[in-house]
Design a protein. Sequence first.
Length: 303
Amino acid sequence: MITLSLVTYFCLEKSVTIKADGKVIEQNTFKKTVGEVLEVNNIRINPHDQVTPGLQTKIKENTTITVIRAFPVTIIADGESREIISIPVKVKNALQKAKVNLGEKDLISANLEDLTYKGQVIKVTRVTEKNMEITASLPFSREFVNDNRLEVGLTRTISRGIPGQVRQMVKVTYHDGKEVKREMLSSELIRQPVNEVVGKGTITSVSRGGLRLDFHHAMVAEATAYTYTGRNTATGKRPAVGLVSVDPKVIPMGSRLYIEGYGFATAADRGSSIKGNKIDVFLESKEACRQWGRRTVKVYVLK
């Protein structure tokens, strides 16, 4: 009887190995199914976990039970975020599970054949292409010629330029509806651009009031006026008629000038508001300044 009992005992007891949550448990058990073995070992199984062999499988000698845990994976596509719970599967299978269909040119942030991992975020970028016909403008060039009727430093437009036109077929690529690239497919010239012709002055000497003026260059400037402020000029001189404020980057301080409507002058002052082609002429009174106002004048920088 004792011998028979021992034989029966050992026949009922089975050796099992459990692989779950990074641990390996080896034990002998009298439990009949995989589910019972896991339960007695306090190993809870979630709905999406994978247990091999299945929970209802009968325990045999040397049974190995493997538990693969499911985890969340986030898939972003079409402006939506979708979460699936799954054991490690190929990325392409995860997309299918999330019911995300891929277009031929769509971009995916992971390799389709790679396995998913816990907390992974997979971004699908929709790629679309569209062929468009557009008419583009071709800029004209500027051509300079000598103009013997104009002072050095001055220019005038002799003939205006006309932009050309070109018909282009382009392929526009969009990522999630936003344009990211344009590729030229073909181009056809419709109208040739016409260059703008600009005359450059060559005159370096003029006569004003019976006097000959030899100058380095002339310029057109916006001229305002100022009067006594109680302060000396930037060069230390007391303000007086014939002294003007300039932008030293345009007219060097100390330059001798002739200003039409004002006369001979010297660049002797500067001001924070006098920038570029602007000058401020000195006059004796506020009334004279008001009468002068703001006007456009021709300035000669004398030799």
